[in-house]
Design a protein around this ligand. Structure first.
Ligand code: ADP
Ligand code: MG
Length: 235
């Protein structure tokens, strides 16, 4: 599903250059659920943004679903992004004056999906994250966990092949974090490929594989026994 080789990325600001990714090789198969870990500043978001086609590497190759991702014009890049990738961010990024249903339906509008289908799909995914009863509520009437569930429904609505989440539980308390992770595990159970950036050990262990970044390289990459949120007694 994802194959990167020899990936390098530097940020140049004025006379300074910061070499953030220094040769990353990384493959993700369909259906995996991978945690990308590392301390703050280790390049996790940089890597995820490159995988998400929000940024480009300086060097190396990237194939997404068998398609080389390099120097695509913005129109094709946007089409790939819509078709293949769904994003979830720490800060939810919901539109404050639109209700939950409208937020979930929004990306479908930009993809030219007709109104009726937009809202029926949006309702389907809102229901999936357990928020059918909250469809007409505005973001400021929702808890943090509910907001993140809306953001997950929005990411799923365009039926991407890969879900990319950058610190999706970073703004949530641990009980709420676990609720969100339970939903993400359920989505992965249905076969969706998921990559989650986190610096929290307990969250990483709810994935099936942990990739550890340090000083611009992968220092560890291992499959683990996934902790199932459902089976944790205190949730
Ligand atoms: P992480 O997500 O692991 O905390 P990031 O990928 O956000 O790390 O950042 C890695 C390093 O690159 C950090 O030192 C950060 O300050 C720097 N950095 C990130 N984005 C930019 C940018 N747009 N311009 C310059 N430096 C950046
Ligand atoms: Mg980050």
């Amino acid at each position: 599903m994802i194959e990167i080789k020899g990936l390098h990325k530097s940020y140049v600001t004025g006379a300074n250059s910061l070499h953030v990714l220094k040769g990353i090789d990384f493959t993700v198969e369909e259906g995996e659920m991978v945690a990308i870990m590392g301390s703050s500043g280790s390049g996790k978001s940089t890597l995820l943004n490159i995988l998400g086609m929000l940024d480009e590497a300086d060097e190396g190759s990237y194939e997404l679903d068998g398609k080389p991702i390099k120097k695509l014009n913005e129109k094709i890049a946007a089409r790939y992004r819509n078709k293949f990738l769904g994003f979830v961010f720490q800060s939810f990024n919901l539109i404050s004056y639109k209700n939950a249903l409208e937020n979930v339906a929004m990306p479908l509008y930009y993809q030219g999906v007709k109104r009726g289908e937009r809202f029926s799909k949006a309702m389907h995914y809102l229901t999936k994250v357990g928020l059918a009863d909250w469809a007409t509520h505005l973001p400021n009437e929702l808890s943090g966990g509910q907001k993140q569930r809306v953001a997950i429904a929005r990411a799923l609505a365009s039926e991407p092949k890969v879900l990319l989440a950058d610190e999706p539980t970073g703004a949530l308390d641990s009980t709420t974090s676990y609720e969100v992770m339970e939903i993400i595990q359920g989505i992965n159970d249905e076969g969706k490929t998921i990559l989650i950036v986190t610096h929290e050990d307990d969250i990483a262990h709810m994935c099936k594989r942990i990739v550890h970044l340090k000083d611009g390289v992968i220092i560890e990459d291992s499959r683990i026994d996934q902790v199932r949120v459902k089976e944790l007694s205190h949730v």
